[in-house]
Design a protein around this ligand. Structure first.
Ligand SMILES: O=C(O)CCC(=O)C(=O)O
Ligand SMILES: [Fe+2]
Length: 352
């Protein structure tokens, strides 16, 4: 469980400064703040979000995560996500590869489907450990609803900036349709060897990620830069980022950036590292493609691309297929060789 006071992020380690976006201002339509958000989303694709109002919900999710990870491994394994490409449920440490050599990851997490949270007390997709189900009403449903509200607001800003007909992005991320949207609580053990990847380099599969972490370890490889850089956690600030689906829908205008998780730097390495994420992903049936027919700005962006880039933005699959392929090919159990890693890739464009 996150502790009250952690050692500071070391001052001698370079970090990548993210733009800070004030959610309150965004919600109130402040044009200057919307421009900051747009700049962040179309350059690195990562930004800090303050005044989002979800701090207490996130703390409770961390408590739920601690209760869940404290269960015996045998009990957690009854809810494991499996090797078939589904994400919901528990993932044990070492289930996924972190690179093309098949080196296993060092994190465990619990993924809870937005569909299960919203259907509660009915079961929509699957069952979860008692520590999850006992906190569904008090902790998970409020966190999921708040995260959906925040990500929907951001999607509506992108919708208008992209010149899409009103409600286009909201409709393809409809809460009614089953989707890969989920809450994830992650635990990485303390004292990992320096330089050992806890979570391999990746772009996020879906549209928007709303992330909270307390210790360093998250790194980004910014466009045009060859060195990985830490993103420093700031108290009270979420870290938000664009995922692959939005990059494809927007014809590459919105940027889904590669990131990974290393052990926390300096004295922070001696502590368990916890993160809490909500991933907004498109409805399962939605085709991933640039929405050029609905936005002159997207059509224009696509017209400037090379044939190869255009093909990469048109994978010809639904969100569900995209998502399943990426998850399935990450699993060490499904690995045949480096080609399995390649098959798990999204919009990284060969950068990992
Ligand atoms: O733990 C973190 O800081 C990042 C986690 C992440 O990138 C992910 O779960 O996709
Ligand atoms: Fe990620």
């Amino acid at each position: 469980m996150p502790v009250a006071a952690y050692p500071e992020f070391p001052t001698n380690i370079p970090t990548h400064p993210l733009l800070v976006v004030d959610y309150d201002l965004i919600k109130n339509g402040n044009e200057k703040e919307i421009d900051v958000l747009w700049r962040a989303a179309t350059t690195l694709g990562f930004w800090y979000l303050k005044n989002h109002g979800a701090e207490e919900d996130v703390e409770k999710m961390f408590d739920m995560g601690a209760e869940t990870m404290d269960l015996p491994l045998e009990e957690k394994m009854r809810y494991e996500q499996g090797d078939g490409g589904s994400s919901f449920g528990y993932k044990f440490s070492g289930a996924n590869a972190v690179d093309a050599s098949g080196e296993p990851d060092k994190i465990e997490f619990i993924n809870i489907a937005k569909d299960d949270a919203l259907a509660w007390p009915k079961q929509a997709r699957r069952s979860y450990p008692s520590t999850v189900e006992n906190r569904m009403e008090s902790t998970i449903v409020p966190f999921v609803k708040k995260s959906i509200g925040i990500n929907d607001t951001i999607l509506s800003v992108f919708n208008s900036k992209l010149g899409l007909p009103e409600g286009t992005l909201k409709n393809i991320h409809s809460v009614e349709e089953y989707s890969g949207s989920e809450a994830r609580t992650i635990k990485a053990p303390k004292n990992l060897p320096v330089g050992r990847q806890a979570l391999g380099a990746h772009t996020d599969f879906g549209s928007l990620s709303f992330l909270q972490n307390r210790l360093g370890g998250l790194q980004v490889l910014p466009p045009g830069v060859d060195e990985w850089q830490y993103v420093k956690p700031l108290p009270g600030h979420a870290i938000c980022n664009v995922g692959d689906a939005l990059a494809l829908f927007s014809g590459g205008i919105l940027h889904s950036n590669i990131h990974r998780v290393y052990p926390p730097p300096g004295a922070q390495a001696g502590f368990e590292r916890w993160s809490q994420v909500f991933f907004t992903r498109p409805g399962n049936s939605v085709m991933l493609r640039p929405l050029s027919d609905q936005s002159p700005a997207i059509a224009e962006a696509v017209s400037r691309l090379t044939e190869e880039q255009r093909a990469a933005l048109n994978p010809g699959v639904t969100a569900l297929d995209w998502f399943n392929r990426r998850i399935k090919n990450q699993r060490v159990k499904n690995r045949t060789g480096p080609e399995t890693w390649v098959a798990s890739r999204g919009t990284e464009q060969g950068r990992v």
